[in-house]
Design a protein around this ligand. Sequence first.
Ligand code: NAI
Length: 279
Amino acid sequence: MKIMVIGAGQMGGGIAQVMAANNHVTYLNDISMELIHKRVDFIGAILQKNVDKGKISPDQRMETLSRILPTISLDDAADCDLIIEAIVENMEAKASIFSKLDLICKPSCIFASNTSSLPLTEIAACTNRPDRVIGMHFMNPVPVMKLVEIIRGLATSDETYEVIKQLAKDIAKVPVEVRDVPGFVSNRVLQLMINEAIYCLYEGVATPQGIDTVMKLGMNNPMGPLELADFIGLDTVLAIMETLYHGYGDCKYRPCPLLRQYVKAGWYGKKSGRGFYQY
Ligand code: NAI
């Protein structure tokens, strides 16, 4: 399968790595070559660690890297069989990309979005191929995490669903079908916990380290919720909370004011060097 991954951020990079490692020629697209090359270097470093640990051979590393083709032109999507979009969690941005791709891509090309929370039905409606639009929600870090939530929009065809479900299995992931509701299952549950942890910090209940230690040692979570929020990106966490809040119209999803303030300050977590912790 020839694939284009759009967005060379932490998710797009991980998705491109996994697809290329599984023999798929994969274009990696972003708004600048510099961003894409930075991501490809990062993937190269991760693969080198796997070589050092004896998990893959140096040849496998080189072959995987050679299948990742950097491009800033959407026109390269013309001969692709699958698009996986992983740009910012913003409906307008995603709609704009998909309506452009709809004119470029062949009719049989499937459009998958890695959105964390946005309605697939609305994304599909921006195209003339709503039957070939689907959610393929990977977890972070993509090469490590087994789950892929598969979200069908109102018009997604059975054929599209079967292709994506099989692809997820072929790359050794575990697909779970979920309905097209805000936040799906993963973020409907997870983000409420993260938001509540931010409220604890906001109200001075405990320090960030204290909150995370409670959840790690008390609940056996591998990461504390604030550490995890920093890892996801606080801009993404806020975007997901807004989708949940507006989507369900329920005040239990109200984003904590401290989260809004951090995002306004440019404190996006690990990717910007500062969030609840300093990096
Ligand atoms: P990120 O901030 O690391 O990367 C986003 C990338 O998209 C950036 O490199 C940016 O330059 C690029 N971009 C923005 N507009 C673009 C455009 N018009 N064309 C091409 N590239 C464009 O974000 P991240 O964390 O990789 O998230 C991406 C998507 O994946 C979002 O929809 C997010 O909700 C979802 N997601 C995020 C997870 C996480 O843990 N961070 C987990 C699962 C899904």
